[in-house]
Design a protein around this ligand. Structure first.
Ligand code: TXA
Ligand code: MG
Length: 343
């Protein structure tokens, strides 16, 4: 299949592109789109066949449900129940933005059963990225979209990542800027109380509590210890892994430097820019996550890109030192832990 590359932001005839995309979605085509978190692989959420093609193109297990993306609240009226007061407060505060809500579905809502993988809940998100909003508004179609990567690879935060994984397998890639946030959205299960963070993201537990009050939300792990079934089917898969073996070095910086002295470009090292003068002499491939451990936003934005760059360089092992957990870096550590080799 020939994949068409379209750059809406740079185009002078946006209207034409929007009508073309509307036509494509109606014909069941797959279109990779930018969002503020990561690029998504979108199709008409009402079209069984189109949704099946998403799973196929990604090589994604069919029991892992998808998020439906939309432009304005009225589009959800017949789809899910968002009448709960807490839910309304979250919507007011965080949409459009990097938040996905799991809500109870309304009957016969037209959404393909393949989207929900048989669950009676649906994950929905109103993205804030300008290009994504343009497409959702002008096509007026509800878009089912997982991250636009091959299943198991780090999510794509740049057009090039999508091209690398999916060129030749999908109909269109919308070319755009690097994703602002760089990690997938915070997924919140709103079908129980306290609410549950099924996947940490840019919007933190504290952000949610600042709107709904302390104790209003728990992490998935806290609930798991209470013998409740895991919420987010996707969380059980090992994710976000580079080809290379990512090794968490549970020792001092000095000891790691000593080991790296004998290594070459087949070894990678993820560290912070403030360490630059101390790693000058090393022969390994060094990449900086951010200025320092406190620069969480920068780290989030860079992580997947760095893992993919190492793969391009055919690096075989990547070392990283432990990062101290804070309120802000939960999402970063969650993705890193999933990428770290458990050998
Ligand atoms: O930022 C994001 O959320 C990106 C962009 C493209 O919007 N999308 C994304 O989609 O990360 P995906 O498919 O890679 O991850 C969706 C996660 C999975 O862990 C899935 O299991 C969970 O959401 N999920 C989807 N529907 C669910 C449901 N009804 N109940 C529980 N978990 C659900
Ligand atoms: Mg994904």
């Amino acid at each position: 299949m020939e994949t068409e590359i379209i750059n809406i932001s740079k185009s002078e005839s946006k209207e034409e592109i929007y009508s073309k995309l509307t036509e494509y979605y109606k014909r069941g085509k797959l279109v990779a789109i930018p969002t503020e978190t990561v690029y998504g692989l979108s199709a008409n959420a009402m079209d069984d066949e189109a949704v099946s093609k998403i799973y196929e193109a990604k090589g994604r297990p069919s029991d892992n449900p998808l998020i439906v993306h939309f432009y304005e609240m009225s589009q959800l009226d017949e789809i899910v129940d968002y009448s709960d007061e807490n839910v309304k407060k979250l919507i007011d505060k965080f949409w459009p933005g990097p938040m996905t809500l799991i809500l109870n579905v309304k009957e016969n809502n037209g959404i393909s059963k393949k989207v929900t993988a048989g669950l009676n809940t649906l994950a929905v998100r109103m993205p804030s990225n300008v290009t994504a909003r343009g497409i959702l508004k002008e096509t007026e179609i509800l878009l089912a979209a997982p991250s636009a990567n091959t299943s198991g690879k780090p999510s794509p935060t740049k057009f090039e990542h999508v091209y690398h994984d999916l060129n030749g397998k999908i109909d269109v890639i919308i070319e755009d800027e690097q994703s602002d946030i760089g990690l997938e959205s915070t997924v919140i299960d709103c079908t129980r109380y306290p609410l549950v963070i099924a996947r940490p993201g840019d919007i933190t537990k504290e952000d949610i509590e600042s709107v709904l009050g302390e104790g209003s939300v728990k992490y998935n792990e806290e609930v798991l210890t209470q013998n409740v079934a895991p919420i987010s089917p996707g969380m059980k898969y090992r994710h976000y892994s580079p080809e290379a073996e990512l090794v968490l070095f549970n020792d001092s910086f000095e000891n790691l430097i000593n080991i790296l002295k004998d290594k070459n470009q087949k070894t990678g090292f993820i560290t912070y820019k403030e360490m630059e003068s101390r790693v000058d002499d090393l022969n390994v491939s060094i990449k900086y996550l951010a200025e320092n451990e406190k620069s969480v936003e920068q780290s989030n934005k860079n992580l997947y890109n760095i893992l993919r760059e190492f793969d391009e360089e055919k690096v075989e092992e990547i070392f990283i030192l432990p990062i101290e957990e804070t309120k802000e870096n939960k999402a970063l550590l969650n993705r890193l832990n999933k990428a770290i080799s458990k050998k």
